[in-house]
Design a protein around this ligand. Structure first.
Ligand code: PMP
Length: 360
């Protein structure tokens, strides 16, 4: 078996240890004589797995007691609708900050349900940075403020948490959750598709402050109502049991790594190495303002785009997979999520150096 280095933006690399454990437990989970996928979500065995996963996530992120953690389906894309449906309440508008493709998708969906005010945007600068706190024009009467801490495609990331006063802050943390320490109490709601830093696709994690529950618009489908899921411990219907289980294994793995503070230090180092190399080279370039560069998704271009195909082919032959940039922007993108080891970044930089020497 030879596992290669996987720089996919999502579904993304998972820790080999986690996959090995899942393999070992696959046919007979803890002597029960069946796999975790084959048992009732209401069985004692599965409920214990589910509760342990939630507790481990609470420990990892120091989630305060007045927040509920939901394990849902539908991806972050469903959250684009669930957020306005549940949080607009009797307010007439919500504030959104526009920093790229994923912000825009959230904005477009929210416009189906209410008035979206743009409280900040860096579109005129091609999203090469995020707005500063001073640049935000926040409405104190907004139902909430929505932002995207890390833009997975653009590779632009906030290095601060916006201060929204008493207006609840909502974050699409799909591509940055668990990558660095954050103060959950600064947020009204956090959501994330699992397929980057949490586990397999098909699971979506929502962390929501309790006082924001129970305000869904009348026509909200039950499956889109946070209160319904919170009231049923995320078992209003059959939850994504395998994804929930695997997320639990990833949370345990992360604890063994020393938790979020420890992985944060590794992530900082991995990203810094790659950006330092890109900046030192005249062959590669990254357009993002240095203080807004993503730790998780590093887009870069080659001096000659005509070499892109050859770069990708040779990278793959060298065991470096999924470096192609998003189809909407082209170029390259290296995603450096928690499960991508530092050795993968070292191997990538070495490959990039050799390729640049051969083609400069
Ligand atoms: N938001 C962000 C920041 C993302 O990176 C993604 C997926 N790449 C999404 C939303 C959409 O997530 P999903 O495919 O789980 O709906």
């Amino acid at each position: 078996m030879s596992r290669k280095y996987n720089f996919s933006a999502g579904p993304a690399a998972l820790p080999a240890e986690v996959l090995e454990q899942a393999r070992d437990e696959m046919l007979d989970w803890h002597g029960q004589g069946l796999s975790i996928m084959e048992m009732s979500h209401r069985s004692d065995a599965f409920v214990s797995v589910a509760e342990q996963a939630e507790q481990d996530l609470r420990d990892l992120m120091s989630i305060p007691d007045n927040y509920r953690v939901l394990f849902l389906q539908g991806g972050a894309t469903s959250q684009f609708a669930m957020v306005p449906l549940n949080l607009l309440g009797d307010k007439t508008s919500a504030d959104y900050i526009n920093t790229g493709i994923w912000s825009k998708k959230g904005i477009a969906e929210a416009r189906r349900y209410g008035y979206v005010r743009i409280a900040g945007s860096t579109e005129s600068e091609q999203f090469t940075r995020v707005p500063t706190q001073d640049e935000l024009e926040l409405d104190p009467n907004a139902a909430y403020v929505h932002y995207t801490p890390n833009e997975t495609i653009g590779g632009v990331e906030y290095n601060y948490i916006p201060d929204t006063g008493s207006v609840p802050l909502v974050a699409d943390m799909s591509s940055s959750i668990l990558s660095r320490e954050i103060d959950v109490s600064r947020f009204g709601l956090i959501y994330a598709g699992a397929q980057k830093n949490i586990g397999p696709a098909g699971l979506t994690v929502v962390i929501v402050r309790e006082d924001l529950l129970g305000k869904a618009a009348a026509a909200t489908p039950a499956m889109f109502d946070y209160q319904v899921h919170a009231g049923a411990d995320s078992m209003n219907n059959t939850p994504p049991t395998f994804g929930w289980y695997l997320a639990g294994l990833v949370f345990k793995w992360l604890k063994r790594q020393g938790g979020v503070a420890a992985i944060e230090a590794v992530n900082r180092r991995k990203a810094a190495k790659l950006y330092d190399y890109i900046d030192s080279s005249s062959f590669y370039a990254n357009p993002i303002a240095p203080d807004c560069r993503s730790w998780m998704n590093v887009p870069f271009t080659l001096a000659n785009a005509g070499l892109d195909g050859m770069f990708l082919e040779q990278a793959e032959a060298a065991g470096l997979l999924n470096l192609q940039g998003h189809r909407s922007v082209g170029g390259m993108r290296a995603s450096l999520y928690n499960a991508v080891p530092e050795a993968a970044v070292d191997a990538l930089i070495e490959f990039m150096q050799t390729f640049a020497q051969q083609h400069a």
